[in-house]
Design a protein. Structure first.
Length: 129
């Protein structure tokens, strides 16, 4: 009976960790998906495993010009998602504030750079196993 309880607890912990990793970056990822349908400058780079032909890494890069509201959305989303990240790096912005400029979730990472000109670059790096 005790072994069964330990196994059940372990299974629940593993399932919870998996679910958290799925929803950890939901705010930033939702904005990137929104940018795919808008007229935002975007590039997608894929790396393939030569042995299997499957995607091993995908980088989605978004370049934002003259849209401070969208830049602010990315900043706020990164602040919301930061609490569930495995790693975050903060960078001082031109206005003096600190924002999470790099946030990493197991397998997906985001890099956000806001320039003094008002433009911003956002990269999403997804690694596949």
């Amino acid at each position: 009976m005790r072994t069964r309880n330990v196994l059940l607890t372990a299974a629940l912990l593993i399932a919870a960790a998996f679910a958290q990793s799925l929803y950890a970056q939901e705010n930033v990822k939702a904005i990137i998906e929104k940018c795919q349908s808008d007229s935002v400058d975007m590039a997608i780079i894929k790396e393939f495993d030569p042995a299997t032909g499957k995607t091993s890494k995908m980088i989605t890069s978004v370049h934002i010009v003259n849209d401070q509201a969208l830049v602010n959305e990315f900043i706020e989303a990164s602040k919301k998602d930061e609490g569930t990240a495995t790693k975050s790096i903060h960078r001082r912005q031109p206005d003096g504030s600190l924002i999470p400029s790099f946030i990493d979730f197991n397998g997906i990472a985001y890099n956000i750079t806001v320039h003094s000109t008002g433009t911003a670059d956002v990269s999403m790096i997804e690694k596949y196993e």
